[in-house]
Design a protein. Structure first.
Length: 115
């Protein structure tokens, strides 16, 4: 199993970024996918989750209305569209999934929101 995030970077407040997580080594279309983040000095926080067919999503209150999680099962990729970014969104963003009872994480991608 491999999860590889990309798309992070430096963005000004109010800007947008789209993160991608490319999955391999398992049947991607069978599993729920989740984006989490860890800000400096804070606990890891669940950001958004999407079920296996993309028909159901959930978001943390802190990102609701600004972030959109989606997936393309043909490309084995899950996305996180982040809009109206705030400095408090600065964190390392990870995708993860529980596959056959085991939790897998990607290596993370840094998002920095600063002017």
């Amino acid at each position: 199993v491999q999860l590889v995030e990309s798309g992070g970077g430096l963005v000004q407040p109010g800007g947008s970024l789209r993160l991608s997580c490319a999955a391999s080594g398992f049947t991607f279309s069978n599993y729920r996918m989740t984006w989490s983040r860890r800000a400096p000095g804070k606990e890891r926080e669940l950001v958004a989750t999407i079920n296996s067919d993309g028909g159901s999503t959930n978001y943390a209150d802190s990102v609701k209305g600004r972030f959109i999680i989606s997936r393309d099962n043909a490309k084995n990729t899950v996305y996180l569209q982040m809009n109206s970014l705030k400095p408090e969104d600065t964190a390392v963003y990870y995708c993860r999934s529980i596959i056959d009872g085991r939790l897998y994480w990607g290596q993370g991608t840094q998002v920095t929101v600063s002017s």
